[in-house]
Design a protein around this ligand. Sequence first.
Ligand code: NAI
Ligand SMILES: O=C(O)[C@H](O)CS(=O)(=O)O
Length: 482
Amino acid sequence: MQLKDSSLLVEACFIDGAWVGEGATPVTNPVNGAVIAKVPHFGAEETTRAVEAAGRAQAGWAKRTAKERAGILRRWFDLIIANRDDLALIMTSEQGKPLAEARGEIDYAAAFIEFYAEEAKRLYGETIPSPWPNARMVVIRQPVGVVAAITPWNFPAAMITRKVGPALAAGCAAVVKPAGETPLTALALGLLAERAGLPAGVLNIVTGSAKDIGRVMTEHPLVKLISFTGSTEVGKLLMRQAASTVKKVGLELGGNAPFIVFDDADVDAAVEGAMASKFRNMGQTCVCANRLYVQAGIHDAFVEKLAARVKALKVGDGTEAGIEQGPLITDAAVAKVEEHIADALSKGAEVLVGGKRHPLGHTFFEPTVLTHVKKDMMIAREETFGPLAPVFRFETEADVIAQSNDTEFGLAAYFFSRDIGRIFRVAEALEYGIVGVNSGLISTEVAPFGGVKESGIGREGSRHGIEEYTELKYMLLAGLDK
Ligand SMILES: NC(=O)C1=CN([C@@H]2O[C@H](COP(=O)(O)OP(=O)(O)OC[C@H]3O[C@@H](n4cnc5c(N)ncnc54)[C@H](O)[C@@H]3O)[C@@H](O)[C@H]2O)C=CC1
Ligand SMILES: O=C(O)[C@H](O)CS(=O)(=O)O
């Protein structure tokens, strides 16, 4: 890995302002399994030290003015952008996404730091007309305190800054556990935060036993909020563990996004939207189109155009120019795609494009389109998290809304239509936290990102995202007439 600044490849954890621990656990490149670095395998003891360091640092950090906190966050943003290429190469090397996508994620991740540096100065309170003549009522926002964050491998930078940005801006201190597959991006971000002048203990990053680290994060009384992005299964476990000390929780969990194309859609735009949503990060995002519903009138035209675009996707090592699809994160991820395809074919689906492991081997998989897909198939009920586009044909608006909502998930949904009445009817009827209309991409730091049902609790991004890291305090000031 040829970095401009080799010091950004960090093989230690960040606790109380010190880089500690020996590289023990290998981090591998999903292209070929090669070991690219080793990071510490920490557990309960080190996580407790990190939480206590955060507890010591948090009060002083909260006492700084919002402007001071904003200044340090802004410097962190500047350093992330200045080191964009190195951070992207680290990310591609440990996660596999093509460099162009990795650079895009670094920009997206940095945008959360920039946005919340600004929002730090706009955490307003309020006064309320008092029902008592000798009293005044004031409401202020205060930081919740120490925040613990557990993040996934699919967005190794953005899922950290989407949590840590608002937390630090609000005056909280944080302890972060990145995914075991992709710790290097997190550690590099931590180094840049230190260089930006973040005080010791305000940000701590611990790698190692997810179970042991998570147990401390969810049960230590000093931790006031646990924020998690990942599978619904793990989210439920963490929520149960956090109940022991009644912590606030922020959960961004699994999805099962419907992508609906109506007869009145712009078919070319719908195809491009499907490509952008379905194949972003090799299909490994919680907001990827997971089910493509195409109305009978334009089904064949849409499928033909989609197949041509999917066939043309360039698969390979993401560090090479022009590559659009890299490897999947692990062999288990490939096995899940294969399981969904095998189940669908056994129930009557047909492979139109791809359908098997790529000749490049390892965890590369052919971008795939299935047709004749039906709702009794696993692919209709489970999040595939891979480059697999299953196409369902449908007849009526009512039927496709019912099918789209027939899931325990409720994160993102998409549809293409140029009928204004249909746009309002369908957007309001879909049971999802996010609805993309005539677009396959919805993610930005300025909008509230989050799901309903079993896709999560809370919102990240937007002005709402920082409010999650604060508590409202109501103060009644009486005796003012004496
Ligand atoms: N909603 C989203 O953005 C994401 C959803 N997923 C879903 O999760 C599935 C599995 O992907 P994974 O990365 O394995 O997700 P995961 O939920 O197992 O892992 C996500 C994070 O949780 C940590 N973790 C796992 N078990 C834990 C425990 N007992 N205590 C504390 N932390 C724990 C992991 O180390 C990682 O940092 C994917 O196939 C996808 O369906 C995965 C990543 C992101
Ligand atoms: O974890 C994910 O998949 C991300 O939340 C998706 S996005 O916010 O980067 O679009």
